[in-house]
Design a binder for this molecule. Structure first.
Ligand code: ADP
Ligand code: MG
Length: 723
């Protein structure tokens, strides 16, 4: 199959995995069944146009609206006469409209409505940005309450309300309580969201609680309808803290139910795997022949994996550990267990560079064992492909290493028993199941996922809750720590002087190009330009190699080989070297534009050096003056524990930030925030485990409402819809 041609996903072993309806077998007995599928247009004042606008903001049902919980609360500002408004201060005014018009503006995407309004004390110009539809509410003589801030342009309105609208509507703008700040979303302003939420909360008034009451008691959580209402319209001075806690708990609990469903689904399908119980003829002598002893944690990981492999059910394990903590060695041991049982093993890595890396490392480690290796990537030639596909089917080679090309349809193993997936976070659940389906008919493969992105324990409950997790925290002894320094553009000369010195004494260095958001081709050009510049200026006299994602696989391989074999001194690279490269002679890594990288990514990059006996040094170059950027880089410099760094990273930028979330494979919750709510997550997991144990699985009717909510919120692989 030609590289790059999209292939239809091969079927899952044993058909499609079951959906939640099948997994959560409990009957749905929920009095409000159906209420939450109600479209927004069932609410007063929402026609097709607004319904569409809300849909674009991610809200298409009453349930979505209820869960669009405000993220901030504040006191209502004090009422002020117009004549006493102070520039820059938030306040509210009670005024009548004198005149109003829509202002023509040139900038695209901006609309402005202005009104002259006044009270007994004077007049002021009120301004609404991007809410052109308010014009129809601004007839002269109309009485309004406006909330906002006086600025040079006039009184900039944040929210407004008709002075006579209190009957049956949401509480007025000027209550005593802390007020929820409904945010704008799409084309829809806060006041509208607020009014709609009010109606939705009324509908939800008789909503049965989807959480079993035993949990509410155990954790002292308020009921569902009350919590939703309280979160939108706080009624106590203490604010909506308990309500938010309850909603966050519910989200986390629901997600754990879904993950438990996936686990139980595997069990229910009664997946069979071949127990690997053969005598350790190859693996033992291989271990004994390694130039080092496994660390205590490597031994523990090996024991856990062994316990999985001897069972007739497939292993589902995540092995998490620092770059260089020795995961590959443990994974290779697991693969040898398959080989000595007369079975095949596969290792899948996300990029061709990594596959080549693994292939050469593993070939080196297996020298003398006689175990046959094969490699399959998108750029294998047609002839290579044909040959390897034919031999895989016959059970040769024993270990196949490849990219996602391994997942393609024509790849059929004769006797696949162990699959190792490197850098799990780059593969979806679907691909995971597909790799599984490569085992012979009626069997599943034992799966071992490797991840070098350390994830704090509690977070792994959400992103990998369907896997058993083993962590390796210590590095093999003898590894020298890598010193890390944050440097500025002004230090350029000094830095490259240092690189030249290392090269002069026979060492090698990486220079990582800044992350550019642009296309691959722009990244490639930036990397090429950087290599060129270094060759001519900063690193004149050094052999400078280049590798980036846009290069053809064979050119990449040539560049990597040249660096591995010491024929180039410095490798200029985009983040393709982020994972897996093992060049013990490399001692310096310069990371340009370091502030653009995630902390875990920087930590991974740093792990590229200091792998030999010479120690290493990581130079984080930044020209950013932003305090947050400085803090983040200082954290990398100060902290060598990747797990701790992952936590700090989350603390500094918060779970909500998309890149951080993506990097950790975390789902985005609506109310819950990790790691802030880690404790609630632990509680939810504990409660679920207890209920499942007490009621013998997920078939208990008490889980019924969960099933419906789960379908609304998650797709069948456990990923949050639209998240
Ligand atoms: P990871 O896959 O976690 O990045 P590797 O398994 O590739 O780590 O190991 C990194 C390096 O450390 C390799 O060169 C490997 O041979 C070596 N290594 C692995 N385990 C040990 C150990 N227990 N003691 C010394 N060196 C080790
Ligand atoms: Mg590795």
């Amino acid at each position: 199959m030609a590289a790059g041609r999209p292939v239809a996903p091969p079927p899952f072993a044993g058909g499609e995995p079951p959906g939640f309806a099948d997994l959560l077998k409990a009957p749905v007995r929920w009095p409000t069944h159906g209420l939450f599928e109600r479209p927004l247009s069932d609410l007063r004042g929402i026609g097709p146009r607004l319904e569409q606008a809300a849909g674009e903001a991610g809200v298409s049902t009453v349930l979505d609206l209820l869960w669009r919980v405000p993220g901030a609360y504040g006191e209502s500002p004090d009422r002020s006469p117009v004549s006493e408004l102070v520039v820059g201060e938030r306040s509210s005014v009670a005024v009548s409209v004198i005149s109003a018009r829509r202002v023509r503006v040139r900038r695209r995407g901006l609309s402005v409505v202005e009104a002259v309004v006044g009270d007994d004390s004077g007049q002021v110009k009120a301004v609404w940005f991007n809410r052109h539809w308010v014009l129809e509410q601004l007839q002269p003589g109309r009485d309004l309450i406006l909330e906002g801030r006086l600025e040079k342009k006039g009184f900039i309105v944040a929210e407004h309300q008709a002075a006579d609208s209190s009957s049956g509507g949401p509480p007025g703008l000027e209550g005593e309580m802390p007020r929820a700040r409904h945010s704008s979303g799409g084309e829809i302003g806060p006041a509208r969201w607020r009014r709609w939420s009010w109606q939705a909360c009324e509908l939800a008034g008789d909503m049965a609680d989807p959480l079993p009451s035993v949990l509410l008691h155990r954790r002292s959580l308020p009921g569902a309808a009350a919590s939703i209402r309280e979160a939108h319209f706080p009624s106590s001075e203490g604010g909506p803290g308990a309500a938010r806690r309850r909603l966050a708990y519910q989200e986390l609990f629901l997600h754990q139910v879904v993950l438990a469903g996936l686990r139980e689904g595997d069990n229910a399908r009664d997946l069979q795997a071949v127990p690997l119980v053969a005598a350790p003829t190859v693996s033992d002598s291989w271990l004994a022949g390694l130039p080092f002893m496994l660390t205590g944690e490597q031994e523990q990981a090996r024991a856990a994996i062994n316990a999985d492999l001897v069972r007739p059910h497939p292993m589902r394990r995540l092995l998490m550990g620092e770059v260089g903590s020795g995961k590959t060695v443990v994974a290779l041991w697991a693969m040898l267990r398959a080989v000595e049982s007369g079975r095949q093993a596969a290792l899948m890595a996300p990029t061709e560079v990594l596959v080549e890396q693994h292939a050469s490392t593993i070939a080196r480690l297996l020298r003398g064992t006689g175990v046959k290796l094969g490699v399959l990537t998108g750029s294998s030639t047609v002839v290579q492909r044909r040959q390897i596909l034919a031999s895989i089917r016959k059970g040769e080679p024993s270990i196949l290493i490849g990219t996602q090309a391994l997942l393609e349809d024509p790849v059929r193993f004769g006797s696949l028993s162990v699959c190792v997936v490197d850098e799990e976070h780059r593969f979806g659940v679907r691909q995971r199941a597909r790799l599984d389906s490569k085992a012979p008919e009626g069997e599943s493969a034992h799966l071992l996922h490797l991840s070098a992105t350390p994830i704090p324990r509690t977070l792994s409950l959400t992103s990998y809750g369907d896997l058993d997790v083993t962590s390796i925290r210590e590095l093999p002894s003898g590894r020298k720590p890598v010193t890390t320094e944050v440097v500025g553009e002004g230090d350029r000369d000094r830095i490259f002087e240092r690189v030249r010195r290392e090269v002069a004494s026979g060492r090698q260095a990486f220079v990582i190009c800044p992350l550019v958001e642009e296309s691959d081709s722009i990244k490639a050009r930036a990397a090429e330009a950087e290599a060129e510049r270094l060759r001519e200026e900063d690193l004149a006299g050094c052999e400078v190699g280049l590798v980036h994602g846009r290069m053809a696989a064979d050119r990449k391989e040539i560049a990597m080989k040249a660096f591995e074999e010491g024929r180039t001194d410095v490798l200029v690279a985009t983040t393709v070297v982020e994972v897996g490269i093992d060049v013990p002679n490399a001692t310096v890594i310069v990371i340009e534009g370091a502030e653009r990288f995630g902390l875990s990514q920087l930590h991974q990059l740093r792990g590229r050096v200091g792998r030999g006996q010479h120690g290493g040094c990581c130079l984080l170059m930044t020209s950013s003056g932003s305090p947050v950027a400085r803090r983040r880089l200082a954290a990398v410099a100060a902290e060598t524990d990747g797990f701790r760094l992952a936590e700090i990273d989350l603390e500094i930028r918060g779970e909500g930030e998309a890149t951080g979330t993506r990097q950790h494979g975390l789902p985005r919750f609506r109310v819950a925030r990790l790691p802030r709510d880690a404790e609630l997550l632990e509680a939810a997991r504990e409660d679920l485990d207890r209920l499942v144990a007490e009621h013998n699985g997920l078939g208990w009717p008490g889980f019924g409402p969960m099933s419906e909510l789960a379908r609304d919120r998650f797709d069948r692989t456990g990923a949050i819809r639209g998240g």
